[in-house]
Every structure is written in structure tokens, then in C-alpha cells.
Ligand binder design. Sequence first.
Ligand code: ATP
Ligand code: MG
Length: 300
Amino acid sequence: MADSTAERIRRLAKPMRVAPGEKVNLSSKQWDPGATAEFLQKGDADEALAEGVALMAEYQARLAAQDTWSVLVILQAMDAAGKDGTISHVMSGVNPQGVEVTSFKVPSALEQDHDYLWRAALRLPARGMIGIFNRSYYEELLVVRVHPEILAGERMPPASKGPDVWKRRFREINDWERYLTDNGTKIVKLFLHVSKDEQRKRFLDRIEEPESNWKFSAADARERKYWDDYQNAYADLLENTSTERAPWHVIPADHKWFMRVAASSVILDALMDINPQYPVPSAAAKTEMEQAKAELLAGG
Ligand code: ATP
Ligand code: MG
């Protein structure tokens, strides 16, 4: 990879990272949903994304061959921020055998019969794989926090639903992510940060454009009433679960072209950290290959 590409990737990714323990005010200039980077113009975005897509394919091939690390990409966002489009654009060049996407919905009856991390554990990527969580166990700190009746309906012992439940979940998630990282899962967490006004425009577009009607949900539009509660829940989650090993990144999402290059860069940055390598054959394997080659060349 050209040095300039690696440098661009790191330069894009770095300011979006939430430092461990950092106070987060999502309405401050620092986390502006309309932000872009001065060194990347809209006209260059397609080329930058294409470069990112090609690199992603190369890293995925090496990750699979090395078969040591897995990568778990967690995507969280308000509705219409662009999770689906980001996944399809950023991962478009990757061998489909190397990626698994899981969309987490309202828990089923079976899922409710287990602790909240259970269904996520079932979908963790195996070594060599990239797993993408479209929503995740972080919903347990978002929708469940914004709507107390959901927590009330969870089938935990009453003592587990006390006022310390959020603090406890922060700890549980941090502990779990530490365990996963220590055992070879690299966790990349992306919050696609859209503004309330841009969300309104996108909902209106979904109503106006017949091909997008299917994406419109009146329930999503009603959920806007709780916008501030969600932003507060996100800020608290970012402050408490961005760690050295598994940091959160706040991706400005009002400009789709920028969001995609930015999300791609953060994932690539993590892959560059792993820097997976094709395994080098042992001396014995090399001898075997030489023998096989000789036999094949001899027409065997
Ligand atoms: P899209 O609308 O683009 O298809 P989506 O991720 O919004 O994608 P939906 O089926 O519309 O998918 O929504 C999933 C819903 O499930 C969201 O409202 C989310 O808050 C809810 N959800 C996810 N996890 C949980 C959870 N653990 N507890 C309660 N609700 C959850
Ligand atoms: Mg939805």
C-alpha cells in the first residue's frame, strides 16, 4: 500500500476516536455530524473509497490465511444514519465467505430466556473472519435505557434491575470486550452520528421516493420524540465503554460520502494494527511442495 494511503487512513481515523474516560458532548463542535476532513474533498471520495475497498479485500484475505485474529465491527446509530449503506459500500469488495453480518432486532422469546450477551456470543466471528454487528448488545444501554418499560419486561431477577443497572452493564461489557480482545478478537466500534435535522430530511426522502417507501417506518419517526434521551444515552455509553483495547469512534454521518470513507478508514486502521501475514510454510512443507511440484511437472 502506498504510504500516502496508510497516512490518510490514520489521519482520518484518529480524531474520531473517543479517548478512554473522555467526557463526550455530542452537540459540541468536536463531534459535529456535518464534519468532513479538509484533506479529503467530495470529488475524491469515490476514489478513496475504491482504494479502501481494495485494501479491505487484501487485508481480509490475509486475516483469513493467518487464522489467528477475528475482527468484530459494531455499528450503532440513530435510524436512517446509514448503517446498511455503510456496510454494503465499505465491504463491497470483500470475499463473502470472509464476512458475516448480523442484524440485532427486538430479542425473541428464546433470546429473552438468556442473559443479554448470549445472542451476541452466538454470532461472534471465528478466527480469520470479519463479523459485523448491525446494532448490538449496546442496545441494552440505548433503547432499553430510553424506554424503562423494556427493562421492566426483561426476565432478570428484580435485584438485577436496580438503579445501578447501567453502571453494571458498562462494567460487564468492558469486561467481556477485554476477554474477547485478550483471546484474539479485535473490536472496532462505530457510532454513525447523524443530526436530527438530517434524519428528518432522510425520513422525508423515504416518503417522497417510491423506491424508498419500504424503508420508512412511522414508529422510527415517532421515536424522534426521544432524540435527546438517545443522545444522552449515547454520550454516557461512549464515555464509559471506550477503552484502549476497544475504542469507540464517532463517525460524522450527515454527508454519506464522508461517512463511508471514514468508516472504511477506521476498520482498515484496525486491520493495519493486526497486520495479518500469510503463513510462511515450514521447511518440511517446503520440501513436500518441491516433491509435489517435481511429480506434477513430470506429468504425474
Ligand atoms: P432497518 O430499519 O434499516 O432495517 P434496523 O436496525 O432499524 O434496520 P429494525 O428491525 O427496524 O432494524 O429495528 C430493530 C429494532 O430492534 C430497533 O428499534 C432496536 O432498538 C430494537 N432492538 C435491538 N436490540 C434490542 C434489545 N436488546 N432490546 C430491545 N430492543 C432492541
Ligand atoms: Mg429500523
